[in-house]
Design a protein around this ligand. Structure first.
Ligand SMILES: NC(=O)N[C@H]1NC(=O)NC1=O
Length: 172
């Protein structure tokens, strides 16, 4: 699917196909549709990024809260979105040993209690050791720093999801 095909999509299809580039936030995809035609994939990605940046801090936290915990209950119960499942499986979240699983659960909980939103990281860019190390380190940050850091990670996840949807042929 190339960018011309993306630009030709009616909004129903645009949201169906691209609605989860930001996890469980199809409203973002639906909003940027009105910015068509996009000159390139990078321009579409920039429109999404600008929409996110224009949100109040509460809206940014809302985006973070739409993300499932890494190795959390949605992974255990099989209720992750397809994209999130692939990302979590690829970084080894489904294959933690019992020590790693309990450390992950404890740190995820500590992070959520401290900040009021979940730890978000672009899982495809990290392995499980690295994710645990970052989770532990980021628990020490200030809330505003973590809000911004989490949103940076959301944008990295969005970048990779967009690339795999638009730069491959298998979605239309
Ligand atoms: N909590 C969190 O980081 N979740 C995610 N990260 C990622 O790459 N996919 C996710 O669902």
């Amino acid at each position: 699917m190339d960018i011309a095909t993306v630009n030709a999509l009616p909004y129903e299809d645009f949201v169906d196909i691209l609605g989860n580039v930001v996890e469980k936030c199809p409203i973002i995809t639906a909003a940027v549709w009105s910015g068509r035609p996009f000159l390139s994939l990078a321009v579409l990605e920039a429109a999404i990024s600008e929409f996110i940046d224009a949100l109040p801090e509460s809206g940014k936290e809302g985006i973070l809260r739409c993300h499932p915990d890494l190795a959390g209950r949605d992974l255990q119960s099989g209720s992750l979105t397809r994209e999130s499942h692939e990302e979590q499986a690829g970084s080894g979240m489904g294959a933690l040993n019992s020590g790693e699983a309990s450390r992950m659960a404890r740190l995820n909980q500590e992070y959520k209690e401290r900040f009021g939103f979940p730890f978000v990281i672009c899982a495809r860019m990290h392995d499980k050791e690295n994710i645990l190390r970052q989770l532990s380190a980021r628990c020490q940050n200030e809330r505003a720093v973590e809000r911004a850091r989490g949103i940076e990670e959301v944008k990295k996840i969005c970048h990779l999801r967009l690339q795999s949807l638009v730069l491959t042929d298998n979605k239309l």
